[in-house]
Design a protein around this ligand. Structure first.
Ligand code: ATP
Ligand code: MG
Length: 318
């Protein structure tokens, strides 16, 4: 039985070296970094000491090697990570604007990541888990949606819980089916991990306040816990009568990409380890804060010991 299982896009990521560097001009990029939102989540969860498995697909190339090596080094079960013999590993390029907004160029559909398959035996093996995590950024094709929803239903039937981070990227929202699948997972999940921007998207163009949207989502869906990621401000958890705001710490932000994924990985792992909600949120904040101090999406994943040391040193400051 795995503690946590996740699957989806495995990507090599390249980060534009200067702020405001546009994609239509020649510039310098750092990379390849191992990436893909579910992979970042999985690595952070594994570094918390939980038993994690991953399913996905890379190409038979160096980008695939760097990703597989990282997942293996972090102790993740990669039996269901396949090599595509024809298509190269998927890629993502990211560039930051002066106001902190990001632009991405993804190649998922026409890459090994876009040809991800999960056979019956692996689906059976991986659905024996306590938590199955889905990223909205993985729901970019009919096939990927079928795999993710199929796994989510199978895990639920076996008594596991579903956690879902919509992780909405405008560059990946072209298909009606993607938007529909995000709403289906909002309905299906037990633990929902949106960012402030995701909640704004879920207001679906109505005049709802953030508070209204959260209340509606919690009232009409099965979710038992909703945790809002509020970037530098920390996070806010809603569950039954609980409304718990946990502040993050001040850090020097180098690269914000991956913070939400590390936050989620640490949170679900801490819950799987039996931590109280408040302690799990504190560890998750520390993981998100640690993530933004490193360049590269999963370079800032941190072992539990480092997060605990961060929390300890911050105690006097609070
Ligand atoms: P992404 O999708 O880019 O990975 P996100 O939008 O899903 O990120 P954020 O709210 O940006 O998620 O970050 C997740 C968590 O990381 C926050 O809730 C907070 O705990 C921590 N965090 C993020 N940025 C900072 C920061 N600048 N300082 C301290 N903590 C931060
Ligand atoms: Mg996110």
């Amino acid at each position: 039985m795995f503690d946590i299982v996740t699957c989806g896009e495995l990507l090599a990521e390249f980060v534009a070296e200067s702020t405001g560097q546009p994609f239509d001009r020649t510039g310098t990029y750092q990379g390849p970094f191992p990436s893909g939102a579910p992979a970042i989540f999985a690595s952070q969860a594994a570094l918390m000491g939980t038993k994690v498995a991953y399913a996905g697909r890379v190409g038979r190339d160096g980008f695939g090697d760097i990703i597989i090596n990282r997942l293996r080094t972090n102790g993740i079960d990669i039996e269901a990570v396949e090599r595509d013999e024809e298509y190269p590993t998927g890629t993502a390029f990211v560039s930051y604007q002066a106001d902190g907004d990001r632009n991405f160029v993804f190649n998922i559909t026409h890459s090994a990541a876009g040809r991800f398959e999960l056979d019956f035996l692996q689906a059976e093996r991986l659905s024996d888990c306590r938590y199955f995590h889905v990223m909205g950024s993985s729901l970019t094709s009919d096939k990927a949606i079928e795999i993710m929803l199929g796994m989510a239903k199978r895990v639920k039937e076996k008594g596991g819980k579903i956690s879902f981070d919509p992780n909405i990227r405008s560059e990946l929202m072209a298909l009606d089916a993607t938007r529909e699948a995000i709403l289906t997972l909002v309905n299906l999940c037990d633990i929902f991990l949106p960012s402030e921007a995701d909640i704004a998207w879920l207001a679906q163009g109505t005049a709802e306040t953030e508070r209204d949207t959260i209340a509606r989502l919690m009232q009409h869906n099965a979710m038992e816990l909703l945790v809002m990621k509020r970037a530098a401000k920390g996070c806010q958890a809603y569950s039954g009568e609980t409304d718990l705001l946990v502040m993050s710490r001040e850090v020097a932000e180098v690269d914000p990409t991956g913070a939400g994924d590390c936050f989620g990985g640490a949170l679900i792992a801490a819950l799987a380890c039996g931590e109280t909600l408040e302690d799990a949120l504190t560890l998750a904040n520390a993981a998100g804060a640690h993530a933004v101090t490193h360049l590269g999406p999963m370079e800032g994943c941190a072992p539990r010991k480092i997060l605990e040391a961060m929390i300890e040193t911050n105690k006097g400051a609070l």
